[in-house]
Design a protein around this ligand. Structure first.
Ligand SMILES: N[C@@H](CCC(=O)N[C@@H](CS)C(=O)NCC(=O)O)C(=O)O
Length: 225
């Protein structure tokens, strides 16, 4: 059975878990990273020599780098669904996946760290406002793209929506004032209708290290997922 290594609250693992669930795949989640450890074992080093999560094993085949994994799962198990058969449509999906990593992920994850992962009395309002502006400027480009299409590649949900959908959940759920992004907001509402997004992306963050550790324990106890 497919194995997904990682902790299900990690920003690079969530896209892989969401993809597997969109595809209806059976998999074993191998809890690793954070307080679950295991990354420094020889066995894990043989799967991912970077000793980072996520990684997958699909039979004898091992793969790391979250976006490569999303593409692999979509192409191997998604036929003409998550991974568009039309080359130009697929290229548009790839373009927005790369753009998510190069332009949107950074400001949003640093905004997330500066808010959710920083104690309220240690938060730096100026830094938060700067990151919010940077994230908003990036997402304004996506807003323009989504003005006349419901999903990144057009009428259908594809892998092109997956990394950005994960970024969007964090952006829309940190405690900051956000200028309007009407088309991104409408797209985010569409994603929020998807059961796999609700179950695997729209998860509690944990607002301090103790809560975070408790979430990881709860996850292990649930035998997730
Ligand atoms: N570019 C890599 C980044 C992987 C990465 O930074 N993973 C982090 C978690 S998000 C990690 O392994 N951190 C160590 C840990 O979780 O213990 C990817 O997209 O897979």
């Amino acid at each position: 059975m497919l194995k997904i290594w990682g902790r299900p609250y990690s920003s690079n693992v969530i896209p892989v878990i969401w993809t597997a669930n969109e595809l209806g795949l059976d998999y074993d989640l191998m809890l690793a990273g954070g307080s679950f450890g295991k990354l420094n074992t020889d066995a894990y080093g043989a799967i991912n020599p970077n000793r980072m999560i996520p990684a997958i094993q699909d039979g004898d085949f091992a793969l790391w780098e979250s976006l490569a994994i999303v593409r692999y799962l979509a192409a191997r198990y998604g036929a003409d669904g998550l991974c568009p058969a039309d080359l130009q449509t697929r290229a548009i999906a790839d373009q927005w996946m790369e753009w998510s990593a190069s332009k949107a992920f950074g400001p949003v994850i640093y905004l997330f760290f500066a808010t959710v992962r920083t104690a309220p009395d240690a938060r730096d309002a100026e830094k938060i406002a700067g990151l919010r502006d940077e994230a908003h400027a990036a997402l304004t480009i996506l807003d323009g793209h989504l003005a006349d299409r419901p999903f990144v590649c057009g009428d259908d949900f594809t892998m092109g929506d997956i990394p950005l959908g994960c970024v969007a959940y964090r952006y829309f759920n940190v405690d900051v004032d956000r200028p309007a992004l009407p088309h991104v907001e409408a797209w985010y509402e569409r994603l929020a209708q998807r059961p796999a997004y609700q179950a695997h992306v729209m998860r509690p963050f944990g607002t301090n290290p103790d809560e975070w550790a408790a979430l990881e324990k709860a996850c292990a106890a649930e035998g997730i997922l």
